[in-house]
Design a protein around this ligand. Structure first.
Ligand code: HEC
Length: 98
């Protein structure tokens, strides 16, 4: 009797451990947030294939700082209006780490 209870408890404990391990979600990495911002605010132009708009591969060659600068004081500033500094860094991280 005692033994089976111990075994039952052990099984229960390992079930909980398994649930905790699989239920843990890693903190959202910046690229995921950047990807969402890109899809929402940038994709229409930057994946349009229009020759005046640098495609993703071109943006990926820039440094994150250059992208943040383009969004803050550069040609993309009017478009990026409303994005927080963190949003800009997230989208820059997404573009440069793909
Ligand atoms: C309305 C269309 C449009 C949207 C939306 C748009 N872009 Fe652009 N983007 C352009 C065009 C056109 C250029 C080229 C501008 C130039 O060379 O003067 C450009 C250039 C850039 C550049 C290069 C700037 C430089 O200094 O050479 C970056 C970086 C960039 N865009 C990032 C973004 C990001 C990030 C977003 C989303 C927040 C975005 N763009 C949204 C049209 C757009």
């Amino acid at each position: 009797m005692r033994l089976s209870r111990v075994a039952g408890l052990a099984a229960f404990a390992s079930m909980i451990a398994g649930a905790v391990a699989s239920g843990q979600t890693p903190p959202t990495p910046a690229p995921t947030r950047g990807a969402a911002i890109f899809a929402e605010r940038c994709k229409d132009c930057h994946e349009s294939g229009d020759d005046r708009t640098p495609p993703l591969a071109e943006l990926a060659k820039k440094s994150p700082d250059e992208i943040v600068a383009a969004l803050t004081t550069g040609p993309m500033a009017p478009i990026a209006e409303g994005l927080s500094p963190d949003d800009k860094r997230a989208v820059a991280a997404f573009l440069t780490t793909r």
